[in-house]
Design a protein around this ligand. Structure first.
Ligand SMILES: *Cc1c(COP(=O)(O)O)cnc(C)c1O
Length: 444
């Protein structure tokens, strides 16, 4: 563990000279299609601080995209992963298994919603987990169609590109995409034509009508939804939407899949975001926050569904790597010991209180939303028309970066500033980050 002083410190411009030097090497050696939010090269990170190679300490409101919820060098993660590294790095679970993999699956059965018999399979990335959820659902139902939603994001592999809504940057020029994928409306309260109060029932009726009339419920293997949509703009589907779709799936023999890759593992103030409305998914995909920064992903769900695929049909050389499993056990232990779900709820209280006050002051902020430590502001040019303000969003992010606060943007219209602090961030840093956002708002 690195024990970095938990204070913001700027000793050069951001990016500093060493980062700029590395950026030149990067430009020469790394493919242009791989982007970075901020050309600041990391040296160490933990708690709420990311220290760069020039010695600047940035406040981290990104967590490497909702990954380092327990911190980027959490004690239990480093201890367990280091011990595992010294014992063995790999055997391939499909060749000779090891206990860590089994133990992670046992923990997943405990922390995911529902008290039915559950099983899991482990993979390397979120996209791989989603792909495997589709394989499992198709095996189980003997059907092919997959239903996804407007503004949804599920990854960058061929099938998950097809599942993802937004063209640029995720899909443009990368087709043809996988067939039998159908997109239906989602309950985006802020932009629902008849208002947020009507959104849940109207959007679910529309989605169900489209599925029934255009695809046919009997052809649908899976409905896949993020219980809080991440890349699409931190959209919480309006109340009633998720339960209505889960019920429709149940009534029609469709596997209901919650993609909790971004929203899971205490991020929204509960172990999983679907718990908010008591929805128990048939399958749940997880990754990001699961292993304190090491690459690991999982599909967890009803034992009879998980067992539908034939032996050898699921897996991968590295899936459930022993070091990543050890890290996951450390991360889950940390979440339990520090009650990080409660920490996330506290972060929501602090953030939403201050952001709501800023919304009163600045017309640019059209909406403040999200749950736990998954909070966002949606920026608009005009509160009546809700015309998106992507330029102001980019300028705001840039001003925050220059002041030493790492923030990310998202949203189909590129007009959402999102905040994903590590759940272990100190409240002083949290407030200092909000001060920076306030100052940045005054300048754009
Ligand atoms: C990040 C993300 C994915 C893809 O995960 P990768 O590990 O990048 O493949 C899928 N679904 C959601 C909801 C995500 O946020």
């Amino acid at each position: 563990m690195t024990a970095i002083p938990q204070e913001r410190r700027l000793v050069t411009a951001v990016p500093g000279p060493k980062s700029q030097e590395l950026q030149a090497r990067r430009t020469a050696a790394v493919a242009g299609g791989v982007g970075s939010v901020l050309p600041v090269f990391a040296a160490r990170a933990d708690g709420g601080i990311l220290e760069d190679v020039d010695g600047n300490r940035l406040i981290d409101f990104g967590s490497g995209i909702a990954v380092t919820s327990v911190g980027a060098s959490a004690e239990a993660v480093v201890r367990r992963a280091s011990a595992q590294l010294a014992d063995f790095t790999h055997t391939c679970f499909m060749v000779t298994p090891y206990e860590g993999y089994v133990e992670v699956c046992e923990r997943l059965a405990e922390v995911t919603p529902g008290d039915h018999a559950k099983k899991s399979a482990l993979f390397n990335s979120g996209a791989e987990a989603v792909e495997n959820a589709v394989k499992i659902a198709r095996s189980y139902t003997k059907r092919q169609a997959v239903v996804v939603f407007d503004h949804g994001y599920h990854g960058r592999t061929n099938l998950t590109m097809a599942l993802t809504a937004k063209n640029m940057p995720y899909k443009n020029g990368f087709g043809p995409f996988a067939p039998e994928v159908y997109r239906v409306p989602v309950a985006y309260g802020y932009r629902w034509p008849t208002g947020p109060e009507n959104c849940g029932p109207e959007a679910s009726a529309q989605a169900i009508d489209q599925i029934s009339k255009q695809i046919g419920a009997d052809n649908v293997a899976a409905i896949i939804i993020e219980p809080v949509l991440g890349e699409g703009g931190f959209i919480e589907p309006a109340k009633g939407f998720l339960p209505a779709l889960a019920k429709f799936a149940k009534d029609n023999g469709i596997v209901f899949v919650a993609d909790e890759i971004q929203s899971g593992f205490c991020r929204t103030g509960q172990w999983f975001a679907c718990e908010d409305e008591g929805v128990v998914p048939d399958l749940i995909t997880t990754a990001k926050g699961i292993a304190g920064g090491l690459p690991l992903a999982a599909v967890t769900g009803r034992a009879e569904i998980m067992d539908a695929a034939h032996s050898g049909g699921l897996g991968g050389t590295y899936g459930g790597n022993p070091v990543a499993c050890a890290a996951a056990l450390g991360a889950i232990e940390t979440m339990r010991e520090l009650d990080l779900a409660a920490k996330a709820r506290r972060i929501e209280t602090v953030m939403k209180g201050r952001l709501a006050a800023l919304r009163e002051k600045y017309d640019l902020i059209g909406d403040v939303r999200g749950r736990g430590a998954m909070i966002a502001i949606e920026l608009v040019k005009n509160r009546e028309t809700k015309e998106p303000a992507p330029e102001a969003t980019a300028a705001l992010a840039k001003a925050c970066h220059a002041a030493g606060l790492l923030v990310l943007t998202c949203g189909t219209y590129g007009n959402v500033l999102r905040f994903l602090p590590p759940l272990v961030i100190g409240e002083d840093l949290l407030n200092e980050g909000l001060d920076i956002i306030e100052q940045a708002l005054a300048t754009v």
